[in-house]
Design a protein around this ligand. Structure first.
Ligand code: SF4
Ligand code: SF4
Length: 449
């Protein structure tokens, strides 16, 4: 009888996983889980029909396995300590691929850039000959998906000149009314408002020099101008990228989802900026194509996650499956406390799924190395960007295969807590992830949205 009850319990756990996997169209994961369920659960229903001694032996064995797992979960496996890594220098936005590939060959800007970086010119010119992002001549772009992605990108681009509120004025009456409010109250509001507008998580960081790019490379403002920002605080927030779209990567669905979420993040950031400005404070939204700050670094310091091997922010519940936007302000706020996530660094040290699956070989396979005075995994952004220009869409394969992205397996709170606190749980999660999704999972072949 006890074994039947345990069998029913296990059946419900597997059923919940399978239905969640089907909801996000993870058919392979669901299929493999169904097979695993049959293998694991069947004995619990067979043994009650065998002699009582056999059932007792089976239950004793099950109890022993559970005991061993509990002991392993409590052991201090891979308990590493990591410190906060802060770059000693600022990064020049003109050096990112998106800025370099806006340079018109033959223009004075182009000549000036490659005079300073002659080593990059030949390779960059070769990439310029590729079909390009959203080009229907590219391998994986289609006219309709490219048009849909362009529509979202253009929408975000049209907001370019509104990032600091434009000619929006403070409302004197409101400004006076909130002047007596505490920093706690204002902080609570600016963290809750993004969620109200549609964000997933929000946090506050105190702005540091290394958060800012050194020079303007794209977006509003004079190309090449040194970046200064009089703001003291940054409100960072994330928006979710849907798992079922990301699992199609690298395919046209990825760039549609990416463009859509950049646009969503932009409209949230602008509403928040307007809110802050209405109360009489200065504010600026940092949205796709128009940044003054390096969003993943700001979001990390705002307590929203840790930067993983694939170079993206890994958030506690959605992993890297997010887009980020930031609003900076001089409103007096209370920053969140960033505690470096040793569990993520440990997981990334042995997992390697993103590096193994990257079609461009752009993700490092060794340990974190020092770059600009900070330990990090540094992806080869040029190789990644080149691949995007070959296929005509965002790739996102690294994001799709990351175990932290896999909602059905990773989303349960108890799983997340175990992974955070136990080195054994992290290894077990990777083992299960490989079992259900494969070590090097293929992308979803059909396009849907
Ligand atoms: S796939 Fe693995 S190694 Fe890569 S970011 Fe995710 S957890 Fe880290
Ligand atoms: S987006 Fe694709 S090419 Fe770029 S790092 Fe990730 S897996 Fe590699």
């Amino acid at each position: 009888m006890i074994s039947v009850l345990v069998g029913i319990l296990l059946f419900l756990v597997f059923l919940s996983f399978i239905s969640k996997a089907l909801q996000v169209r993870e058919k392979n994961g669901a299929k493999r889980a169904a097979i695993a369920a049959a293998v694991v659960i069947l004995p619990f229903f067979i043994f009650p029909f065998l002699p009582i001694a056999a059932e007792l032996v089976f239950l004793a064995l099950t109890a022993l396995i559970i005991l061993v797992i509990l002991i392993l979960l409590c052991l201090p496996i891979s308990r590493i300590s990591v410190k906060k890594e802060a770059p000693a220098e600022r990064f020049d936005e003109r050096d990112i691929p998106f800025s370099r590939f806006r340079l018109e060959p033959g223009s004075s800007r182009y000549r000036d850039y490659y005079k300073r970086h002659p080593e990059a010119e030949e390779a960059d010119d070769k990439v310029r000959l590729l079909p390009g992002l959203l080009s229907v001549e590219a391998k994986r772009a289609t006219p309709l998906t490219s048009a849909a992605a362009m529509a979202s990108f253009q929408f975000t681009e049209e907001l370019k000149d509104k990032v600091d509120g434009g000619d929006r004025k403070e409302v004197e009456e409101l400004k006076n009314a909130v002047s007596g409010l505490s920093g706690e109250e204002l902080t609570r509001w600016v963290k809750k408002l993004p969620l109200f507008y549609g964000a997933r998580h929000a946090g506050i960081a105190e702005l540091k020099s290394y958060h800012l790019y050194s020079h303007i490379g794209r977006g509003a403002g004079q190309y090449g101008a040194p970046i200064t920002l009089a703001h003291r605080y940054a409100i960072a927030f994330t928006v979710e990228m849907r798992n079922e779209m990301i699992q199609q990567s690298p395919g046209p669905g990825t760039v549609m989802e990416s463009a859509r979420e950049y646009a969503n993040a932009a409209h949230i950031a602008l509403q928040l900026t307007n809110f802050v400005r209405t109360l009489g404070y200065s504010a600026r939204a940092h949205i796709n194509g128009n940044y003054r700050v390096i969003c993943p670094l700001v979001a990390r310091d705002a307590g929203l996650g840790e930067i993983g091997r694939l170079g993206f922010l890994i958030t506690p519940d959605l992993g890297p499956r997010v887009r980020i936007a930031v609003v900076t302000t001089d409103m007096e706020l209370i920053p969140d406390n960033y505690i470096p996530a040793a569990s993520v660094i440990d997981f990334c040290t042995f997992c390697m799924k993103c590096a193994d699956s990257c079609p461009a070989g752009a993700i490092p396979t060794d340990d974190r190395r020092e770059y600009q005075g900070a330990l990090r995994w540094r992806i080869d952004a040029d190789a990644c960007f080149k691949y995007w220009n070959i296929i005509g869409t965002d790739c996102g394969r690294c994001m799709a295969v990351c175990p932290y992205s896999h909602g059905p397996l990773y989303s349960a709170t108890v799983v997340r807590k175990l992974v955070e606190h136990s080195g054994f749980a992290r290894r077990a999660l990777l083992w299960l992830d490989d079992l259900f999704y494969g070590r090097k999972p293929g992308s979803h072949s059909e396009f849907y949205f």
